[in-house]
Design a protein around this ligand. Sequence first.
Ligand SMILES: [Zn+2]
Ligand SMILES: [Zn+2]
Ligand SMILES: [Zn+2]
Length: 277
Amino acid sequence: MKRPTLTFLGTGASCGVPSYYCGCAACEEARVDPRAARDCSGLLICGLQHTLIDAAPELRTQLIRERVSTIDQVLFTHEHFDHVGGIPQLEFFVRLSSKKPLPIYASKETLAAIEQQFGFMSEVLKPHLLEPFAPVRLDGILYTPLPAAHSKGAFGFLIEPQGEESPAAPTSTSPPVRVAYFPDTGPLPPQTLKRLSALDILIIDATFNGKNWMPDSHHTIDEAIACALALGAECTYLTHLTMHYDKPITLEELKEKLKPYQGAIRVAYDGLGVPLS
Ligand SMILES: [Zn+2]
Ligand SMILES: [Zn+2]
Ligand SMILES: [Zn+2]
């Protein structure tokens, strides 16, 4: 029986690392060390099927890198370009390969924005409305959309493989894993926080370093660490990292900063795979 895995397709913010226009220490590090380079954020969840969370502008190269040739459904956190810019790259997969409309799942605000921005994709996408706190089961995994503090209608997802009911989930010898994915959020809303107890894995916005340019809709690395400690997840991954606003931090420096947490708080990187069992 196949155990589901989660793969970080991208772990950067919209500017990416390196940013083509930037010569800071973090960008220079990423130019010489590909492990420090970051695409825009997205996740791939592989069970029996391939499920995407978001479609970054670099989706094509991300899928080639991960040797993925089919996609069964896409869930969207929100409609900002760094999360939906890869939607047009799904067109010819649908028209020439799967030959059936691709199911997409998002809030009403995000679905409306996708329709408005990518109207030419309407015949290849099959929209499904997600309501806050109302889970959907896809490939034996329960996805619960939880409001994020970001744009209107923005979600994070609680991701729970469903034990024996799931064809893709682990057998009864390993308990189901609870994962929360919030790539874009400021301080989490109280109703969302209530749902995030006993997490095995928290994946959280750590956009800024130093000063927070958008304190209502993103975290700094320090705020992400505080959120991780408050929620007490077994393991937290920092994601959606600019690594250079408003102060550059290299990957080496960030790893050093996280050392006191002894592996409980880690920095995500593009291509990192995590078993969900
Ligand atoms: Zn983003
Ligand atoms: Zn830079
Ligand atoms: Zn955003």
